[in-house]
Design a protein around this ligand. Structure first.
Ligand SMILES: [Zn+2]
Ligand SMILES: [Zn+2]
Length: 438
């Protein structure tokens, strides 16, 4: 049972002599207004998809004027009926901040208390070094949390990224808790001076990043054999993220999991796959990027400790860049770590002028976006999980291989004991126990 209070007002000019009865008809709620004036009425309801008010107007105003003033009331949707879920607009919100939190356990309880009764799913982690959050929810709940967070001085100018609307949660449930490491790295990150911004890479605004990339890529086109390259574009993500989209000029990271990234660290066995091997630590500009910025903040601190001087990062990461600049110097889609998996740049910025990037995209698409099975080009830049429940590998697949291997990543997997059906379109598999019993 939900409830709200509606304040109704006859739209001026009001006739003080009007005594007509207005009737508000709702699915389960009928109230009679006995005068032409302002009214506050408490309304209790169970199942309402939409506020449905039919006014039998009084003589002093038009029904349409009055009813529209009611329907514009923005804050009335708070039902508990599951049928309403499909009607809501959900958004995905991301933010993080490295800042000293004196009592993170207490901070966690405050957040849990605020989110009580709000429909938020996702991963929100805190510790002495700050906060890292990715979550989804109906926009009013998701944004209420942001406003509440920003009232706290430590968080008031936090960069909040909001992804385009979807129709349901992008995360299975809410995990909000203390976590010893805000980012997963081999050996943890709690010993790193993450709160000290001078240890991190210098953040570049998206426009400045674009300028530098355009300049670097133009030079490379004319003289790409020039050995005195004094700029390195470093993709600080995983190989499979690069596979569906990346900045032009960035080498594919030979990494399956960010926690094991070792670019530029001494003892790296595989020099060929290390974009920072043999670079001049004093003179080379290292332009680092990741999805939202947090991995660069962590990794640049590690590089700073190893003596790299000219470290720059893309402020707010790729998602912020695509919103501000569109897909200029970018090809493909953006990999995201939630149920959506892949976002085309046009979904991030609708009015993006893509002429330039399309020209790049056509030529460069031929060298990336390959089927992990047969190596041919994939038409849809989106990963899928192997249909073998016990493999579950995230892989890119062409439509031919998908048919041949019935959604599996290899022929071995096609004869596995626990196979799931091939998923159509953009769907993802349910939780594993859904298939266990069927
Ligand atoms: Zn294939
Ligand atoms: Zn498999």
């Amino acid at each position: 049972m939900g409830s709200l209070t509606l304040t109704l007002a006859c739209v001026p000019p009001k006739n003080p002599n009007c005594t007509t009865t207005n009737t508000i008809n709702r699915t389960n709620c009928i109230k009679n207004l006995t005068n032409c004036s302002s009214y506050s009425i408490p309304v209790h309801f169970r199942r309402l998809n939409r506020i449905n008010i039919r006014l039998l107007a009084c003589n002093c105003t038009s029904a349409s004027a009055l009813s529209s003033s009611l329907i514009s009331e923005p804050n009335w949707i708070r039902g508990d009926d599951k049928a309403e879920e499909n009607e809501k607009v959900f958004i995905v919100v991301n933010f993080y901040r490295f800042v000293f939190i004196r009592d993170p356990e207490d901070e966690v309880s405050k957040h849990l208390e605020f989110l009580q009764g709000r429909d938020i799913h996702g991963r929100i982690y805190m510790n002495e070094q700050g906060i890292n959050a990715q979550y989804s929810g109906p926009s009013e709940d998701a944004l209420a949390y942001v406003s509440w967070l920003k009232e706290d001085e430590k968080f008031h100018d936090i960069l909040v990224q909001i992804s385009p609307p979807i129709h349901r949660h992008a995360f299975p449930r809410l995990k909000l808790r203390y976590k010893p490491s805000l980012v997963q790295m081999e050996g943890g990150v709690s010993h790193l001076p993450l709160i000290d911004s001078s240890m991190r890479a210098t953040p570049l605004a998206p426009a400045e990043w674009r300028k530098r990339l355009e300049a670097a890529n133009n030079i490379d086109v004319s003289s790409h054999l020039n050995p005195s390259r004094n700029i390195v574009l470093l993709d600080v993500r995983n190989g499979y993220e690069w596979d569906i989209g990346h900045f032009i000029g960035a080498q594919r990271p030979n990494v399956d999991c960010f926690r094991s990234t070792t670019f530029g660290l001494s003892g790296s066995e595989d020099i060929a796959s290390d974009p920072l091997a043999n670079v001049d630590k004093e003179k080379t500009d290292i332009l680092m990027y990741c999805t939202g910025g947090i991995r660069c903040d962590v990794y640049s601190t590690i590089l700073r400790q190893r003596g790299y001087k000219k470290l720059y990062t893309l402020k707010g990461g790729i998602s912020h860049y695509l919103q501000c600049e569109g897909p200029v110097e970018w090809i493909g889609n953006l990999f995201v770590f939630d149920s959506r998996l892949s976002l085309p740049p046009t979904s991030v910025k609708h009015d993006a002028s893509t002429d330039e990037s399309l020209a790049h995209g056509v030529s460069d698409n031929t060298v990336f976006g390959k089927c992990y099975v047969c190596g041919s080009q994939v038409s849809e830049l989106r990963h899928r999980n192997c249909a073998n429940l016990d493999c579950n590998l995230l892989f890119l697949c062409c439509s031919g291989c998908m048919d041949d291997l019935r959604g599996c990543c290899s022929s071995d997997c096609t004869s596995a004991a626990r196979l799931r059906p091939v998923l159509p379109g953009h769907e993802r598999y349910q939780k594993w126990h859904y298939y266990r019993d069927t």
